[in-house]
Design a protein around this ligand. Sequence first.
Ligand code: NCD
Length: 332
Amino acid sequence: LSKRPTPGLEQSSQRGHDGRLRHLISLAGLSRTELTELLDLSQFYVRTPGELPARDQSLAGHTVANLFFEPSTRTRVSFELAARRLGADVVNLDMHSSSRVKGETVLDTIYTLQAMHADVLVMRDAEPGLPAFVAGRVAPHVSILNAGEAHLSHPTQGLLDALTIRQHKGEFGALKVLLVGDLAHSRVARSAWQALATLGTGEIRLAGPEHLLPEDSEFTGVTRFADIDKALADVDVVMALRIQTERMSAAHIPDNAAYCREFGITAERLKLAKPDAIVMHPGPMNRGVEITAEVADGPQSVIQAQVTNGVAVRMAVLATIVRNAHSQRKAP
Ligand code: NCD
């Protein structure tokens, strides 16, 4: 699945007639300046848990619909909280139990929501292509945000990962970042790589079992390692990725204990990285497989900060997209 190019994947533009982002489907093609502006606005919305969350009225009068065709907890909840904290009305459609099952096409559902004044549609789907397909067909006032598309793209996750790294480590140019695990099936890794490469990260490394590494044509400019211990040497950031068994055929599913032994991020192994290296994981974690509980809950873990940043990033993306859509409607 993951190693196949995606035939017919629509390259419909995520930009409006003025060149600004109207949808967010992929981080590919965003400039360093655009990424930095999104990170700066995200940082503006970050609050420490315990403080009251940031709030404003950037989305007052707007309606955000969350359409999740795949299960999700943190991403769906963080989009919902982000939209509410910006003053939007929010509807959540659990599409497992909804219209697709009754045979209604996705487009009919979209047009129904559009007719009810939904103006931002947040979508997650297991198949590639749906966000771009829908973006090419909605009314001019509607924006599409990709909240996870097959193994291909998860742009707000890429932004929250970049933000978390920037908060803890500063300038990207000086950093060595390791992405480790099931890279072949990971939309998180693809979006993180797109963000980190564009932001000028000093060195990006990939490590994982041979059959879980992506094709050479993907992730250009990275250094690939078969040996996790060599890959960890001297890195500033370790991003562990989930073993995504739901995207693998039974024959490819690794044995948990063997995987942990060979590629898991353990406290012992983490000593090979820089002493102040941070450890990330997008969640949900398989504790004891790609990461041990000791590391996940340990002093170098920034996994909870990633979750906190996720809400701020989604606020920044929502505010930016809606602002751009407004100015695009005003202009001829
Ligand atoms: C990821 C996802 O669903 O893409 N989770 C998330 O969005 N926080 C990662 C994963 O499922 O492995």
